[in-house]
Design a protein around this ligand. Structure first.
Ligand SMILES: C[S@@+](CC[C@H](N)C(=O)[O-])C[C@H]1O[C@@H](n2cnc3c(N)ncnc32)[C@H](O)[C@@H]1O
Length: 236
């Protein structure tokens, strides 16, 4: 069984740093997709300066750093020490940016803090059972607050818990982590069942070019009712 932290530390060593500037010449920016200079920005989080946002699986910290430059308190948590070391090195001096090493569910269950937005870009939300993570997120979001996340869309017919492989050397087995894939409509039903409202889930097409896989982008708001009665739409 793969050690999750070790797996993500291995992944961290393979991932390049974010570019110094984007196509618009900005030194910080928000990117929800796997493509450069593509897709929506921080507006999806509906935050005002001074708000608190939580990044679940912040990686090397570029998105949280951008929110900090906009005047938010941006808390980035990640299970990987290697990812956080890179985040600290590049963005550690930014006022408003707070980084913690933690597992997403454990962090949410232990903190008393409340956030105006919780988000995850190809992050812990993709790699955690939503039956555990969604109730924990809802608990820490203020009513009306935004949960937003992005990830690769499900492959048709491959739904629920899937294996993700993190490659290593030619003579070594890859490391395996679990991820949860659903179609947009399933995410909408799942989020509503867990007490979220105004849920919008869609696949943003890839930009023009040779790569064709789009990005699943989901935005939801914490409602005041806890959850819809009845059976969960999928293994929740
Ligand atoms: C694919 S990377 C994405 C990183 C970053 N959000 C980005 O856009 O570059 C996934 C990140 O989620 C983190 N992660 C995975 N499972 C996690 C968990 N249960 N709790 C906290 N972080 C987790 C990994 O360590 C890794 O940094």
């Amino acid at each position: 069984m793969t050690d999750t932290r070790a797996a993500w530390d291995t992944y961290a060593a393979q991932r390049p740093e974010r570019r110094p500037v984007n196509a618009r010449g900005e030194s910080t920016w928000f990117n929800w997709t796997q493509y450069e200079d593509h897709g929506p920005g921080a507006e999806l989080l509906e935050l005002a300066p001074g708000s608190r946002a939580l990044d679940l699986g912040c990686g090397k910290g570029g998105n949280a750093a951008h929110l900090a430059t906009l005047g938010m308190t941006a808390v980035g948590i990640d299970v990987s020490q290697a990812q956080l070391r890179a985040a600290e090195k590049r963005w550690g001096s930014l006022p408003g940016l707070v980084l913690h090493q933690a597992d997403a569910v454990a962090f949410l269950r232990e903190t008393d803090d409340v956030y105006e937005a919780v988000y995850s870009v190809y992050g812990a939300l993709w790699f955690t059972d939503p039956a555990l993570l969604l109730p924990a997120v809802r608990e820490r979001l203020r009513p009306g607050g935004v949960l937003a996340f992005s990830q690769r869309p499900a492959v048709e017919g491959c739904y629920g818990c899937q294996a993700s492989y993190i490659p290593r050397g030619a003579d070594e087995d890859p490391l395996v982590v679990k991820r949860w894939d659903y179609e947009p409509q399933t995410w909408e039903r799942l989020l509503k069942w867990h007490g979220f409202t105004d849920v919008r889930a869609h696949v943003l097409p890839a930009p023009a070019g040779r790569r064709t896989v789009g990005t699943l982008i989901v935005q939801a708001h914490r409602s005041s009712h806890t959850r819809i009665q009845g059976r969960p739409p999928v293994g929740a």
